[in-house]
Design a protein around this ligand. Structure first.
Ligand code: ASN
Length: 589
């Protein structure tokens, strides 16, 4: 595979999945897997005979294979054969090989044609492929890219992996294009950084998707995140602002909410707007309205008719959210009209973009388990980093890093940043080892990213899973620790918990969506080794981690073979009780 595939559901996804496990690979190969959903947009378009840009089916991947920037033919063909997934060339600074599969949508679409159904289709595809890839890149037209990014950010609940939307202003195969950089940087970031958010990459910025707006029809810097700084900047170095990452703090698995309420709309106030227009807009079946008011949230004070219609609408149960027409800033109650809107039951959307406010309404209104009061509260709650309610969070980290930097006589920003990235993981790890929950909380208050990796790529959760203290593991997960991060030895916290046989820890990691990764044969190899020495506890650890107990090792034998060969009766009994016998016979003769 690796070439264009129509994405029609399970069959194709199964195909992709099988292909993505690749040939026999040892644990030492450091690779990351990215799934690219190619939905359309200018990035893959070609010019027709009239010079107009149009999408062309089944051409994108074929062309990519001829681009040495996008495809390391030698490595890919040696590893996967002729038609395997695509592989990026390695550069001196890369730590992992980026392997990517492209799932081409049919039909490819100009994003001006996108609908909520398309968002649901994208979300469903990511759900199906979720455990088989480290990150996801969505190639998308730029026109409605911010709407899709915002919608997906709400539909993805407890997201643990990175999803990046990107596109371009000029087709990628034109000789001068922004597409190549946007696509390449998105792939590299998706493969190497654990930023569990729906992001938009454009120009040199990785931005939180639900904070973005398309701000230019012509510039290569087509997107901006006016009220929130970029999550990362990709210049000579890729610099991630770890403190800005919004990490879900629930003990839940990734889940996709796939229904959306379509009875929502954007109502932009303008001078001399007629009562008739407002009235018509607020008629059934409308259920949610994003009111785009002037400046800091103002509507004309002398237009009682407008306020009256809006007030009547909220009384009928319609949710009206007030945001500003300005590109930056937020709505406040500074002016008298703000109070008036309050009294009319209109809620504040703070600094949400129109795209975020609208898609959030569609999401919140479709939650059948929430009553109206809860929906109103949720609209004003920061669910995915989409709004700044109240005062922005104040991190005290600068004091701490500053003090150490001063005593070490470090003066440049780069040196200080580097110091922060050394200090925090070391202190978090020390707090885990001393089982000090208070210290963990203090460090978080100082701005430490709970999932920041040390020089070996290990996080506090890795250490906690080796130690096996359930309280500390739970506390880290509640603080947003990510279960998917691989250290430099390709180990995840789950593998650590399995190999130290901490069964309760394995259970809670699984509850949070952790899964085994990498070659199934390598896992088979480890289970066979456990069976050969009668290590029942280890096999139970693998079972809790959802491993297939009848998995073959590299030689084609299963744990049952080894238990029988070495006469490990307890293990034999356990495996037979788990009903692996039939499966083994099927698989191995
Ligand atoms: N019309 C195109 C789209 O949104 C614009 C682009 O991708 N640059 O699909």
């Amino acid at each position: 595979l690796g070439n264009h595939v129509d994405n029609r559901k399970e069959n194709n996804m199964e195909h992709l999945r099988n292909n993505s496990s690749g040939s026999l690979i040892t644990e030492s190969v450091r690779e990351s897997r990215v799934l690219v959903l190619y939905t359309g947009g200018t990035i893959g378009m070609i010019r027709n005979e009239n010079g107009a840009l149009v999408p062309k089916a089944n051409a994108f991947v074929k062309k990519l294979r001829n681009y040495p920037h996008m495809y390391d033919r030698e490595y890919a063909e040696a590893r996967f054969g002729l038609m395997g997934p695509l592989v990026l060339p390695m550069t001196a600074t890369d730590s992992r090989r980026v392997i990517y599969n492209v799932l081409e949508y049919s039909p490819l679409c100009d994003s001006s044609n996108m609908t909520m159904d398309d968002w649901i289709r994208i979300a469903d595809d990511i759900k199906l492929a979720y455990e088989h890839f480290d990150g996801f890149v969505i190639l998308h037209g730029t026109d409605t890219l911010s709407y899709t990014a915002s919608a997906l950010s709400f539909m993805f609940e407890s997201l643990g992996k990175i999803v990046i939307l990107t596109g371009s202003q000029v087709p990628i195969f034109d000789s001068r294009s922004d597409g190549l950089d946007n696509f390449l940087s998105s792939l590299i970031i998706a493969a190497n950084y654990n930023i569990p958010e729906v992001c938009v990459y454009f120009g040199t910025n990785l931005m939180r998707g639900n904070r973005t707006c398309k701000v230019s029809a012509t510039s290569f810097e087509a997107f901006d995140s006016p009220n929130f700084p970029p999550l990362a900047k990709a210049n000579i170095k890729i610099e991630v602002d770890y403190r800005a990452i919004f990490r879900p703090c629930t003990l839940e698995k990734f889940h996709v909410h796939t229904s959306l309420n379509r009875n929502v709309g954007l109502l932009r106030i303008f001078p001399s707007m007629t009562t008739h227009l407002i009235k018509a807009f607020l008629q059934p079946p409308i259920e949610g309205v994003v009111l785009q008011s002037y400046g800091a949230g103002n509507v004309p004070m002398n237009r009682e008719d407008i306020i009256k219609e809006l007030s009547a609408a909220t009384k009928r149960g319609i949710i009206v959210v007030n945001i500003t027409q300005c590109a930056t800033g937020y709505v406040t109650n500074t002016y008298a009209s703000g109070k008036l809107l309050d009294e009319a039951g209109i809620i504040s959307g703070f600094d949400m973009t129109p795209e975020a406010a609208l898609t959030k309404l569609a999401y919140v209104l479709s939650k059948t388990e929430w009553d109206l009061q809860t929906k109103l509260e949720m609209m004003q709650t920061n669910l995915r980093g989409e709004l700044t309610a109240g005062r922005p969070p104040c991190h005290k980290d600068l004091d701490l890093v500053e003090a150490v930097a001063r005593s070490l006589r470090l003066s440049s920003t780069a040196e200080r940043q580097e110091l922060g990235s050394i200090l925090f993981p070391a202190m978090l790890n020390a707090a885990v080892l001393s089982r000090d929950i208070v210290k963990l909380e203090i460090l978080k208050g100082y701005g430490a990213d709970i999932s920041q990796q040390n020089a070996d790529g290990r996080t506090a959760l890795h250490i906690a899973c080796c130690e096996g203290d359930l309280n500390i593991v739970r506390c880290l997960l509640r603080m947003g620790a990510n279960v998917h991060i691989k250290d430099r030895f390709n180990r995840t916290p789950l593998i650590d918990a399995v190999e130290f046989d901490h069964h309760e820890v394995i259970k809670i990691l699984m509850q949070c969506g952790a899964h085994l990764h990498g070659s199934a044969y390598a896992i088979g190899e480890k289970m066979c080794a456990a069976a050969a020495v009668g290590n029942l506890k280890r096999l139970k650890s693998y079972q809790l981690a959802n491993a297939d107990l009848s998995q073959k090792d590299f030689s084609g034998r299963t744990p049952l073979h080894f238990a029988a060969l070495h006469n490990k009766t307890q293990v034999l009994k356990f495996l037979l009780d788990q009903n692996v016998e039939a499966k083994c016979l099927d698989k191995t003769n």
